[in-house]
Design a protein around this ligand. Structure first.
Ligand SMILES: NC(=O)c1ccc[n+]([C@@H]2O[C@H](COP(=O)([O-])OP(=O)(O)OC[C@H]3O[C@@H](n4cnc5c(N)ncnc54)[C@H](O)[C@@H]3O)[C@@H](O)[C@H]2O)c1
Length: 275
């Protein structure tokens, strides 16, 4: 389509199936001229359809559990070998909460599961950045992006311990963003995306109601996975070189709203149906 990412190379974590946000980023990045390496957890490679995507994107697939330092180190080494040197971008599009999956509510969290939630959904970001930094894997003006959600700042019923994970994720982007920016001119940001119908999204209790409510509250409507991908590409491009340590909303305006006409009408309809 275009050449926004011509000559750029990067790793994309988290493409499970066609619905995945990472899937859309991979497709669009390649359309814009990038070369990519795809990666996901070994189990996800078995159950998902990443090989289809790899064929389409002319990419290799390297298995890596994003909580496992050995896996991440191998992944970065193999990626540098594949590209013949340093590369330019990393997408972290990873999230999982055993508490949420098992329907355990926030007032009753299982702490072993909480540790897993934080490790998979947030600390993995630190592990990936730290490995890339130590191995000096990214070119100057490289870009690292992770996907976040508004529950990091505002309580969303049913989002459970993923809210804590997203707060930590955004904090890691700031803390490491300072160090990586200062030392190697690499930027780190998070993109806070609208609710989206994906495998991870479906884990959130009442996702369809959340989607309807967010749609009604957002002046521009919910951001789709494809639109999110386009936004992420701008952050990988040379047009955003001085944007770093930010949490950037891609949510149709939702995060700045308190009440909209459409949401009032939605509530009114619900009240009338109750009568
Ligand atoms: N769907 C939404 O409503 C929404 C909204 C805002 C942000 N996000 C975020 O977007 C990101 C991508 O999620 P998605 O909605 O595309 O769903 P998804 O289920 O397609 O992607 C989640 C990915 O995480 C991967 N993963 C889980 N454990 C892993 C591990 N140990 N190692 C490596 N990978 C692992 C899964 O295999 C999967 O590919 C997540 O961070 C999610 O929290 C999603």
């Amino acid at each position: 389509m275009g050449n926004l990412l011509q000559g750029k190379k990067g790793i994309i974590f988290g493409a499970l199936n066609e619905q995945s946000i990472a899937w859309k980023v991979a497709e669009r990045a390649v359309e814009e001229g990038a070369e990519i390496v795809l990666t996901n957890a070994p189990a996800a490679l078995r159950f998902g359809s990443i090989n289809e995507l790899a064929k389409k994107c002319n990419s290799i697939v390297i298995a890596a559990d994003a909580t496992n330092m050995e896996d991440i180190e191998k992944l970065i080494d193999q990626t540098m070998e594949h590209f013949g040197g340093k590369f330019d971008f990393i997408l972290h599009s990873i999230g999982m909460s055993p508490n949420l999956r098992k329907g355990i509510s926030y007032d009753d969290l299982n702490y072993e599961y909480l540790n897993k939630t934080l490790d998979i959904s947030a600390i993995s970001f630190h592990k990936i950045i730290k490995t890339a930094y130590k191995k000096d894997a990214l070119n100057e003006w490289g870009s690292i992006v992770a996907l976040s959600y508004l529950a990091a700042q505002r309580t969303v019923c049913g989002y459970d311990d993923m809210a804590d994970a997203k707060s930590l994720l955004e904090s890691i982007a700031r803390s490491f963003g300072y160090i990586y920016g200062r030392d190697r001119k690499v930027r780190i940001n998070t993109v806070s995306q609208s609710p989206t119908l994906t495998t991870a999204g479906s884990g959130v209790a009442g996702l369809s109601k959340l989607l309807d409510y967010a749609e009604a509250m957002s002046p521009l409507g919910n951001g789709t996975a494809e639109e999110c991908a386009d936004y992420v590409l701008t952050l990988f491009s040379d047009f955003t070189r001085k944007v770093t340590m930010q949490n950037l909303y891609h949510d149709g305006g939702f995060s700045s709203m308190s009440m909209s006409l459409s949401a009032m009408e939605l509530i009114e309809k619900g009240l009338e149906a109750e009568k």
